[in-house]
Ligand binder design. Structure first.
Ligand code: ADP
Ligand code: ADP
Length: 239
């Protein structure tokens, strides 16, 4: 059974614009998938639909066989906590430490008392630290997130997503704000941790070379529709 199954998904925004039409694909355990397409193709809308950040217009999204639409609001919230989301602009809480940011992934939030006294249960602390180690950021644990470089911020965001123990990871242009060399190394880290944890991962990316290098599978989107779905080798022979 597929971990994620998207069937005939369409998304029409309130202004009438159809950003996705009849999109279908499924994702198996451990796959590292890059979604490519120009700006405006619908990549971001697709990830936001899967995460429940925007309501879908037609079709279905199933996670481990369960139709997300059939869940109660509470169940949807619990499911969302099992979907790791990595943003282009990192979305760390700048005033919190690196360690506290990773804990927000685990706990859903960090309140002011926790931030002030740094008190978190031992299991949570150990998990957060091990996630930071996975992305080689444990030496920055007590830095304010504000003070990190872009590449470091994205590594911390990856650690934060891992701390959720996600069923699936979604990354929306995670390296678009980084210079080319750094983006290659952050993609390498993302792939490494996804593979080590066996978490299927969908990465929106506009750079074809990066996608070809890192992806097991590439989904090409244009005008809200899937134009290609296959391995990088199949893409080479199709183009
Ligand atoms: P991509 O991530 O591939 O750049 P998006 O999913 O962000 O594409 O956008 C797909 C299309 O949907 C674009 O034409 C965009 O302008 C449009 N769009 C995105 N968000 C909205 C919105 N809230 N309302 C109306 N149109 C939107
Ligand atoms: P600064 O004085 O350098 O601007 P802050 O006083 O905002 O820094 O934060 C100092 C330390 O307190 C940082 O290590 C930060 O992680 C932590 N911190 C951040 N947010 C809060 C908060 N809401 N309450 C208490 N401590 C916080």
């Amino acid at each position: 059974q597929a971990l994620l199954a998207v069937q005939d998904l369409s998304k029409v925004y309130p202004n009438g614009y159809e950003a996705l039409s009849n999109v279908s694909f499924s994702v198996q355990a451990g796959e590292f998938i890059c979604i490519i397409g120009r700006s405006g193709a619908g990549k971001s809308t697709l990830l936001r639909c899967i995460n429940g950040l925007v309501p879908i217009s037609q079709g279905s999204i199933r996670v481990q066989g369960t139709n997300v639409a059939s869940l109660s609001d509470n169940q949807k919230m619990l499911l969302r906590r099992k979907i790791g989301f990595i943003f282009q602009e990192f979305n760390l809480v700048g005033r919190l430490s690196v360690f506290q940011n990773v804990l927000t992934g685990r706990l859903g939030y960090v309140n002011d008392l926790q931030a002030l006294f740094g008190y978190f249960g031992r299991e949570h602390r150990e998990k957060a630290l091990s996630c930071l180690q996975r992305v080689n950021m444990s030496h920055r644990a007590n830095y304010r997130a504000d003070n990190l470089s872009g590449g470091e911020k994205q590594r911390v965001a990856i650690a934060r997503a891992l701390a959720q123990e996600p069923l699936i990871l979604l990354a929306d242009e995670p390296v678009a704000s980084l210079d080319p060399e750094l983006s290659w190394s952050v993609m390498g880290d993302l792939r490494k941790v996804a593979k080590e944890e066996g978490v299927p991962t969908l990465v929106n990316i506009h750079d074809m070379e990066t996608a070809r290098h890192f992806a097991d599978r590439i989904i090409g989107i244009a005008g809200g529709q899937i134009l290609f779905d296959g391995t990088p080798d199949q893409l080479d022979s199709a183009t």
